[in-house]
Design a protein around this ligand. Sequence first.
Ligand code: HEC
Length: 131
Amino acid sequence: MKSVTFGALIVLAASTASSFALAQDVAAGKSSFNKCLACHAVGENAKNKVGPELNGLNGRKSGTAESYSYSDANKNSGITWDEATFKEYIKDPKAKIPGTKMAFAGIKKESEVNDLWAFLAQFDKDGKIKP
Ligand code: HEC
C-alpha cells in the first residue's frame, strides 16, 4: 500500500514538472514571436498582414490562409505544417521554400525554435487556445 502511494506521488511530481516546463516554453515562444509580429498575426481575430495569419498551423497545408496572396513557391511547396516541417522551415525559410517572399533570415537557436512551436501550436484554426 505504501509503495502505491509513493508511486502515485512520483507520477504527480513528474506531470507537474512537465506542465511547468511547457508553460515556460510557451511564454518564451510568445516573446520570440515578437520577431514575426511585423508580418504575422495569430490568435482570435488574427488578420493577414504582410504575411498570412498563422492560426491552426499544426496540420495546415502551406499556402491556404484564406484570401492571402501567396507566392507560387509557397503555394506549390506541398508542405503540411507540423512540428518537423515548421522547425526546418523557420531555421532557414529560403532553403526550405526557395523563392518564398518571406523576407526573414530565420531563427537558428534550437531552443528558441522549440519555444516558438510550443507557442504557435496552441492555436486552433479559429485562433482559440486548445484546451
Ligand atoms: C518581413 C515579414 C515577415 C517576417 C518578419 C516573418 N514572416 Fe513568415 N511570412 C511572410 C510572408 C510574406 C509569407 C508568405 C510567403 C510566400 O507567399 O512566399 C510568410 C509565410 C510564413 C509561413 C507559411 C505560412 C503558410 O500558410 O504557408 C510561416 C509558417 C511563417 N511565415 C512563419 C513565420 C514565423 C514563425 C516568423 C517569426 C519567427 C515569421 N514568419 C516572420 C513574412 C514574414
